[in-house]
Design a protein around this ligand. Structure first.
Ligand code: AMP
Ligand code: MG
Length: 421
């Protein structure tokens, strides 16, 4: 777009009328992706990070018995003094796992430990620090409420209640929850198999010497990391040179052997970019110029029953497009229902350069400021080839299309890396 011939200020931005907006691309991907077929039953430890393929109903009440929340004395609320103090006789002790087989009668109480079943007749627990004990007598004052410090049957979960919903990614707390219900196995979705390869004549793998103009392939390593964290089965197909035949072969192999596949490089309109023409022959793929930075070119579609994502070659662009487009898509494929990234508004400590017209994902460091509030600052150089900016960063600073720069103190949205997956 030439600034010299156009005086319309809206043309002073980065907007390209042929570009697709991030939201449109996301919506298109979202309507195309279906959930993978196939389940398996696994022991609960193996279910960590997997997608639950059933609603888990509680087979029992949790807690299964009324029990004490404190170390103290189990008493009858009728025996609590209204004023002054009262004295009760200790008739026994209830331990966790060892109930007191004796009912508490008028004027009596029992020593009780945390988690121990409430003895019959008692309905209230007084903390041990709040009584005075002498031999088998305790003196209680008037500050106590009937029913205090007691955990009721089914207070956490009741029989038949849905504890975990289908479509949930299982986290460590869920394993404990399932164990607390005595559930040994759950049904989870099959893990999708995701293949990936890099394209480019300039790329070498670790261990090979670099001739002039050659670089090491880093995208396969970042992809390995991101896909491994996501919990899919991965198939690394290596580097494929910019050669029509080899690229076509790789596409065919990936489509036949994986549920989805990802390539990096070769989606821009360069002379060596065979990806587009190969795909036009093999499947139904859209090539988009996305109104975003970094990561403008992106290809998405279906090739012989597998979903295909063609990401740009620049190392930062490939990571950004993976997190923004591929990650939510693969989560849907895995059967997960919660695929939206977390976004948090925070104050920005840096000034950020940006022109209106493209959505930007700048790399930021989210930290606690001196006054205790969260602030984000820029990692500095934002070039799409500066992979160290991703390494240093702990969040994306997400700047909307219309934003035309950020001053220190402005509020911006960040997308933390931790919790992205
Ligand atoms: P392309 O999208 O193929 O035009 O590549 C854009 C830029 O990213 C070029 O500078 C490539 O050398 C670089 N690049 C492409 N693939 C990779 C890769 N796998 N690892 C590191 N850099 C890459
Ligand atoms: Mg290339």
């Amino acid at each position: 777009m030439s600034k010299t011939v156009n005086t319309d200020p809206s043309c002073m931005d980065d907007f390209d009328p042929n570009s697709v907006r991030v939201q449109q691309a996301l919506a298109r991907i979202d309507e195309t992706i279906g959930t993978i077929e196939g389940f398996e039953s696994v022991a609960i430890r193996s279910a960590l990070g997997r997608t639950l393929a059933m609603d888990v109903l509680s087979p029992i009440n949790v807690p299964s018995h009324t029990n004490s929340a404190m170390d103290g004395y189990a008493v009858r609320s009728q025996d609590l003094p209204q004023s002054d103090t009262g004295t009760l006789t200790v008739v026994g002790t209830a331990f966790a796992g060892h109930p007191l087989e004796q009912a508490i009668g008028p004027g009596q109480c029992a020593r009780i430990m945390t988690g121990a079943m409430m003895p019959e007749g008692a309905d209230t627990v007084i903390m041990q620090e709040h009584v005075e004990r002498e031999d088998d007598r305790v003196t209680v004052d008037a500050r106590h409420q009937p029913g205090q410090n007691v955990r009721q049957v089914g207070e956490d979960l009741s029989v038949g209640q849905i504890v975990l919903h289908s479509g949930r990614r299982i986290i460590p707390a869920d394993l404990g929850l399932l164990a607390s219900l005595g559930v040994a196995e759950v049904r989870v979705m099959r893990r999708p198999r995701v293949a990936f390869f890099s394209t480019g004549d300039e790329l070498r793998s670790i261990g090979q010497p670099l001739a002039s103009g050659q670089i090491y392939d880093s995208n396969r390593y970042t992809l390995f990391g991101m896909l491994t964290e996501l919990g899919v089965e991965i198939m690394d197909m290596g580097v494929i040179p910019d050669d029509r035949e080899q690229i076509e072969q790789a596409f065919r192999y990936a489509a036949e052997n994986a549920d989805a596949f990802i390539t990096t490089g070769g989606v821009s309109v360069g002379e060596a970019d065979y990806v587009k023409e190969t795909l036009d022959r093999l499947g139904k793929v859209d090539f988009w110029k996305i109104a975003m930075k970094p990561g403008r070119p992106l290809a998405f579609g279906e090739v012989k029953g597998a979903y295909f994502f063609g990401l740009p070659g620049n190392p930062v662009s490939s990571m950004v497009t993976f997190y923004q487009f591929v990650l939510p898509a693969l989560k849907r494929l895995m059967g997960q229902t919660d695929v939206e990234p977390v976004r948090i508004p925070v104050r920005c400590a840096s000034s950020l350069k940006k022109r209106a017209g493209r959505m930007e994902y700048q790399r930021g460091i989210l930290e606690t400021s001196e006054d205790g509030s969260m602030v984000v600052r820029s990692t500095g150089h934002q070039g799409s080839h500066i992979l160290s900016s991703m390494s240093e960063a702990n969040c994306f600073i997400v700047l909307p299309l219309e934003n035309d720069g950020v001053k220190p103190g402005d509020v911006v949205e960040v997308q933390p890396f931790y919790g992205l997956i």
